[in-house]
Structure formats: structure tokens, C-alpha cells
Design a protein around this ligand. Structure first.
Ligand SMILES: [Zn+2]
Length: 253
């Protein structure tokens, strides 16, 4: 009986550490992981993962520009190196960029030094193409574990997850994706979408439907960092400012 209990406890402990993705825990308290912004301000943030993608990003940027929306893009470093002009266009058009690792691995199963390499290589790629260094990062699949904390904090990255998943990659029609997001969005929501993923062809169309519907409900669409910023702009504890700001030049070296 005792052995069964111990084995079960050990198995649960290992599962907790390995499959941290959907569970909030101590790592999030330490890192101030953002799942959403303030609930008392009618702001929401659209976020697009896994780009830049030559087939999808231009159309998505055109749509966001047409609607006058600033969004947040969690970019994969290898895709940035492959398509630097697209990364530059994202930044030039006023969107925020975040670090989504270089090769999109599941970080809880990645060695700590490799996690650091993933983040640094992506910072370098973004800095080289667009001249900015992200202050926010999103681990692939939302996977985080205690041994990845140091890599993120050393690089002054705040982890940003989401509270509304569009499931735009499942291949549902765009109106269904847009409705799912609308049903789940509250003040402060961070909405997860994708600009490059199999089955995600409907994303641009979903955005076209979603933006006016969100605005009709009184939501302002802002970047993640704008949403996480405290109300007092003069406050010293700006949520997304790194403690030791990295400059593009420092990262390139
Ligand atoms: Zn991803």
C-alpha cells in the first residue's frame, strides 16, 4: 500500500515537472508569468506564434494594417534567419516581437544550456534583422519547467502565455475560430493564434472577422507589453522592462 502511494506520488511529481505546460505553479509565481493582463481594463492582445512565414505573414500584416491593429508576434529564430525582411516588416509596422526559441523544442525536455542557446540565438536573429531585442518570450507549447527559469531570467525575458486559445490550427472554418475566441475573451485576455502552422490557413480570415467584433464589444486591441504596463507610466516597475536591458549591439557581439 505504502509502496503504491510512493510510486504514484513519484509518477505525479515527474509528470508535473515534465508536463508543466497547462499547469500553473511555483515557476510562474517566481517568473511572474503573464497569462493575461488586467481584468479591469477593456484591452486585449492578439498574439501570433511560429512565424515569420513567407506564405502567411504578408497577408496577415496587410489585414492588421487595414484594421489598424497592433499585435504581438512570437517569432521562431530559425524562421527569422530564413526570412529577415519579414521580421523587419513586422517591427517596422509597429507590432511587438517576442522570443519563441530558435528551433521550437519542448523546453521541459531540453537541457538548460540548450534552452539558453535557443533564446540567445533567437535574440540575435531578431536583433540582426530588425534592430530590437524582445523583452517577452513564449516557450513552445507553453512548456516550462523549474530548470528553464534561469535561462529566461538571465536574459531578462518575461514569459507570456495566453488565456484564450483560438485552436486556429485545427482546420475549423474561420467563423468558428472567430466565435470561439469571442466567447472566451474577457478584459485583459491574451489571445493565442498562429501565423505558421499546418491547418492554420484560416487565421487571416478569422482576424478579419474578429477585430470588428471585439471592438464592437468595447475592447481595445493592444500589444502584450502595452497591456502589461502598469497604469502609472512613470512607475519604475514597468512589467516588461528587463532588469538589465539588452541592447541590439550587445546581443550581436
Ligand atoms: Zn509555437
Amino acid at each position: 500500500m505504502l509502496v503504491t502511494l510512493l510510486v504514484t506520488a513519484a509518477a505525479l511529481g515527474i509528470a508535473y515537472l515534465l508536463c508543466y505546460g497547462g499547469i500553473r505553479g511555483p515557476v510562474d509565481w517566481i517568473m511572474r508569468t503573464a497569462h493575461h493582463g488586467r481584468r479591469d481594463r477593456r484591452q486585449v492582445a492578439l498574439t501570433f506564434d511560429d512565424g515569420p512565414d513567407p506564405a502567411r505573414t504578408p497577408a496577415l500584416l496587410d489585414e492588421l494594417a487595414a484594421q489598424g491593429v497592433k499585435a504581438t508576434f512570437f517569432l521562431v529564430g530559425s524562421a527569422v534567419d530564413a526570412h529577415p525582411a519579414l521580421c523587419r516588416r513586422i517591427v517596422d509596422e509597429g507590432h511587438e516581437v517576442g522570443n519563441h526559441t530558435y528551433t521550437h523544442p519542448y523546453l521541459p525536455l531540453t537541457r538548460t544550456r540548450a534552452v539558453t542557446r535557443e533564446l540567445v540565438a533567437t535574440d540575435r536573429a531578431i536583433a540582426a534583422s530588425a534592430g530590437v531585442v524582445p523583452t517577452i518570450a513564449r516557450p513552445p507549447y507553453g512548456g516550462r519547467a523549474p530548470w528553464t527559469v534561469r535561462a529566461f531570467t538571465r536574459l531578462a525575458k518575461r514569459i507570456v502565455l495566453w488565456d484564450v486559445n483560438s485552436f486556429d490550427w485545427r482546420g475549423d472554418p474561420a467563423p468558428e475560430v472567430a466565435q470561439r475566441v469571442l466567447d472566451r475573451t474577457r478584459a485583459g485576455s491574451i489571445i493565442l493564434m498562429h501565423e505558421a502552422r499546418t491547418g492554420g490557413e484560416v487565421t487571416v480570415e478569422a482576424v478579419r472577422l474578429l477585430v470588428p467584433a471585439l471592438r464592437a464589444r468595447g475592447f481595445e486591441l493592444v500589444t502584450v507589453s502595452d497591456m502589461l504596463r502598469p497604469r502609472d507610466p512613470a512607475g519604475s516597475a514597468r512589467g516588461v522592462r528587463p532588469r538589465a536591458p539588452l541592447t541590439a549591439a550587445a546581443v550581436k557581439s
